[in-house]
Ligand binder design. Structure first.
Ligand code: G4P
Length: 279
């Protein structure tokens, strides 16, 4: 699922995107609602050039609803329409179709003037790995399509999938690289599980996640792990306390921080800690 992004891969991904973009009327940029900035590709604006586009904040079930609303407002201020969805359940999908029609209204009017009444809107989905592109496409299409490979530069015959009478979707999403050279971005993507743990070990990540909870969402953390003097304790000691609370002990009765770290990250990623937005 994860890609090692080398400059060659990035060039290929960019080239493919640019070729495909020529074929569509609107680009649907899928991002993770928990990290609406870190899950965006830094060159999105240049790559799409002047094509109409809008943002879809996916995985809203895992994000803080109040902050999701703030992000929608923020995108609006930047003249970038956005909608929020849960690609797993299909919540919010009708708004995506409305946004696609809205983004293409000039084209629709132009077609009408030229007497071309029934030309469907053509759309493509783009996003960095793991934001939910395949899930989103499958839900939009209403049946399981072939799982789209996450390798940039893998070409296959282009297929248009009819979603509604007036909307067609390119079956292959555009896969883009994240801003991984920025440490904060890297950390956030690792928290949500978009970057593999081999890159950052579980314990380091868990320590950073505790730091995140100390700064933000403190009460949500304490509800799950009611640690005394949470404020005054160092993150490493907090992990030890958490391990004790979960009865995760190594052979000599020492808290098993490694196992705890993995468990804690998993709980965070699958929403068992609650719904949080990291930026
Ligand atoms: P990609 O094509 O962009 O790489 O992403 P993909 O659809 O493979 O989705 C990545 C993971 O995110 C999948 O979970 C998928 O189920 C999950 N996902 C997608 N949309 C949503 C959403 O709106 N909410 C939640 N909670 N999860 C979402 P996985 O564990 O990797 O696979 P699986 O358990 O679904 O098989």
């Amino acid at each position: 699922m994860n890609i090692q992004w080398y400059p060659g891969h990035m060039t290929k991904a960019r080239r493919m995107m640019q070729e495909n973009i020529k074929l569509v009327d609107v680009v649907v940029e899928l991002v993770d609602a928990r990290v609406p900035v870190s899950s965006r590709n830094p060159e999105m604006a240049q790559i799409t050039n002047n094509k109409p586009r809008f943002v879809v904040l996916n995985k809203i079930d895992l994000a803080d609803p109040k902050r999701t609303a703030e992000w929608i407002q923020k995108f609006k201020e930047e003249s970038l329409p956005s909608v929020c969805v849960n690609a797993r359940t299909g919540e919010g999908l009708p708004a995506v179709l409305t946004a696609a029609r809205e983004a293409c209204k000039d084209k629709i009017a132009r077609d009408k003037r030229r007497g071309m009444m029934n030309r469907p809107i053509r759309a493509m989905i783009v996003g960095i790995p793991n934001v939910g592109k395949s899930t989103f496409i499958n839900k939009l299409v209403g049946r399981a399509t072939a799982k789209t490979g996450n390798k940039p530069g893998v070409t296959k015959g282009k297929q248009w999938i009819k979603i509604k009478k007036d909307i067609e979707l390119l079956d292959t999403p555009g896969i883009l690289w994240p801003k991984f050279e920025d440490r904060t971005v890297g950390l956030r993507l690792a928290f949500i599980g978009s970057i593999r743990e081999e890159i950052l070990d579980a314990e380091t990540l868990a320590l950073e996640l505790v730091r995140f909870f100390k700064n933000d969402y403190r009460n949500d953390f304490l509800q799950k792990y009611p640690i005394e003097d949470f404020e005054g304790k160092e993150p490493h000691d907090i992990l030890r306390e958490m391990a004790k609370m979960r009865n995760l002990l190594a052979s000599h009765g020492e808290p098993d921080v490694h196992r705890l770290s993995k468990m804690f990250l998993e709980e965070f990623r699958n929403g068992k800690m609650g719904s949080f937005t990291l930026e």
